[in-house]
Write a protein that binds this ligand. Structure first.
Ligand SMILES: Nc1ncnc2c1ncn2[C@@H]1O[C@H](COP(=O)(O)OP(=O)(O)O)[C@@H](O)[C@H]1O
Ligand SMILES: [Mg+2]
Length: 347
């Protein structure tokens, strides 16, 4: 049988560019070379596309790529492939934009399509879908910023235009401290802060507007952070559950990538009923956003009540060989290379 011509696309124009270099090179290294002819494509931070020639170098987060040469006609290049494997995280990679470009080439690609990608990248719209699906989540409100004015958007999508002071008043009326303030479209915790009082809330809201005009504010959940990986198109399987033990007050960018004290525990030490419920809810959430291929679904288990609360769904989760997504499946009996085969098969 002839080999599959597979493009692996990594890097990208998001804040998670550096993570994607580690994920992408790791995927390239672990793909079965007897099955695939691999065409690695690196997208620079500013959006230029390059052909990457793999070396033995093992990348760490923060390393810049070497061994690249420019690629002048990406669409034509991609069109000659049998399959495309995007290993991109965040904006322009995980949000449906590049998936739209792949649609134009008519080449099958790994993972979620345009709609699921863009819903899942947008924290506000993810909330709206989960609400519709009846999956428990943290209480939230949604605001926008426009030229120094704030817009509060209510449950019926009616809008109130107000000042920062007024919007803070509305938030305080609706939600209890501590709160999490998040740019709706972001990733790797960039732009996210926790606020315990009015001053911090004000600062957090203005800070978040630097990353997105759409902002989500949530009540903080006190509890454990648990993650479940899903794999499939119509028939979806869920992995065992992993736990994130953050070294800092919350799982911030530094705590994710720069703090060695942050640990993960796979499988998480949980009663069977709870892990089964998380797995069920992970599949339900994946279906609710119209997911395909893969996703990592993140939850909290609330301290005291054991209530399972969904946090978010990541349609292109970290994919280094020590990342949660591949580790969860490895522990569930599917090794990294088999997982890559499965994903390509599903595409
Ligand atoms: N409502 C919340 N309650 C408690 N912790 C939260 C809440 N929302 C976010 N966090 C913390 O912030 C981290 C990043 O938030 P998250 O919504 O997962 O953003 P990202 O998409 O950047 O990963 C989470 O891993 C968790 O540690
Ligand atoms: Mg997260």
């Amino acid at each position: 049988m002839s080999k599959i011509k597979l493009a692996v696309v990594f890097g990208g124009m998001s804040t998670e560019h550096d993570v994607s270099i580690v994920s992408g090179t790791s995927v390239i290294k672990n793909l079965d070379k007897t099955k695939y002819d691999i065409y690695p494509i690196y997208i620079g931070k500013t959006g230029y596309w390059y052909i990457y020639t793999p070396t033995n170098r093992v990348y760490k987060v923060g390393d810049s790529i070497d061994n690249i040469s420019s690629l002048s006609n990406p669409i034509q290049y991609l069109s000659q492939m049998d399959c495309i494997f995007p290993v991109l995280h965040g904006l322009y990679g995980e949000d449906g934009s590049i998936q739209g470009l792949f649609e134009l080439t008519k080449v099958p690609y790994v993972g979620c399509k345009v709609l699921a990608s863009s819903i899942s990248m947008d924290k506000v719209y993810t909330k709206i879908i989960f609400e519709k699906a009846g999956i428990d989540q943290a209480k939230y409100i949604y605001i926008r910023e426009n030229n120094g004015k704030y817009i509060y958007v209510d449950e019926k999508f009616d809008e109130i235009i107000c000042t920062l002071e007024q919007v803070i008043g509305i938030i305080e009326e609706k939600l209890k401290y501590p709160m999490f303030i998040k740019p709706s479209n972001s990733g790797s915790s960039v732009g996210i802060s926790k606020a315990k009082n009015k001053e911090e809330l004000k600062e957090a809201v203005t800070y978040a507007t630097q990353f997105d005009k759409k902002i989500l504010i949530e009540e903080a959940i006190k509890g454990r952070e648990l993650e479940c990986a899903v794999l499939g198109n119509e028939e979806v399987q869920a992995s065992c559950i992993g736990e994130v033990l953050s070294a800092e007050e919350f799982y911030s960018f530094d705590s994710k990538y720069n703090n060695n004290e942050s640990k993960t525990q796979i499988p998480a030490d949980l009663p069977t009923e709870i892990s089964e419920e998380i797995r069920r809810k992970a599949i339900k959430a994946f279906k609710a956003v119209n997911g395909m291929g893969l996703s990592r679904v993140d939850f909290f288990v609330e301290q005291g009540t054991n209530r399972i609360i969904i946090n978010e769904i990541n349609t292109l989760p970290g994919f280094t060989d020590i990342s949660m997504y591949p580790k969860l499946f490895e522990t569930s009996g599917i090794n990294y290379s088999q997982l890559l085969d499965n994903l390509i098969e599903l595409a």
